[in-house]
Design a protein around this ligand. Sequence first.
Ligand SMILES: NCc1[nH]cc(CCC(=O)O)c1CC(=O)O
Length: 285
Amino acid sequence: MGAFKEEQMNTSGDLNLKDRLAEIGGKGLFSKEIHELLALGGIDFAVHSLKDLETNLPPGLVLACTMKREDARDVLVLRDRTVKVDPNDPYACLPKGALVGCASVRRQAQMLHRRPDLRFCLLRGNVQTRLDKLNAGACDATLLAYAGLKRLGMEDRIDVPLEPEHMLPAAGQGIVGVTLRESNYELRELLSAIEDPEARAVATAERSLLAELDGSCRTPIGGYARLTDGVLHLSGLVASEDGTFLLRREAQGRPADAAKMGRELGIELRANTPPHIFEKIINPS
Ligand SMILES: NCc1[nH]cc(CCC(=O)O)c1CC(=O)O
């Protein structure tokens, strides 16, 4: 196998900066065009943030490898960096009625659940654009993935890493995965060298939880698994957008049962959630 040729693509997810991701089609947005090209043989593999990768891949494509997980936490980035932060009560540093720039219903719901006084505005664009807008006073704080900031070398802009008990991450957050054609055995074998079994186990649990729950991409859903001493622990969360309803459940078991564990926790969460929270929004206006 010789050198790789890189094909850069801008997807609808990158190009549409105006709307909330949830309203323009959710996860498939970042991978639709890429997977069409992959299926046709225009490219041989595609690299994704697992968080943005749909749970049901197009026929003939597989998730060939999941790489070692970066820090999965979300972080709070503050405009006023001089305030004191209590790690046990990370949202207390925001004044009453503070304006939070955020494009994720999952983050918004979890914050509103603890701080119903907070106000939210849409903040989209790439990370640098968001930080520029924050610094210019568009809002008082924003929430981002630790992994995204770290990979861009902007860890120093992190004010408050949020522990999963305060903010449950999205399924797959912090993990990079590679998709390719199922029939490309040579490349699958080659990529198995960068597969991380722990990332595979946690990603499988989180993604099967998400697959079970994914009624509408507007539903705030969190899923986070970790492996300790050979035991897989999975936390799942469903909330209403305004944070008035929030349900969190945990499960544990063997890594080999990751998919089953995710499905079962998803079923349990759904059974205990008012059905309207999962209602599909066909035509958002
Ligand atoms: N939805 C955008 C997106 N997809 C993956 C990351 C961060 C990196 C990762 O989670 O792997 C981000 C940015 C963010 O949410 O702050």
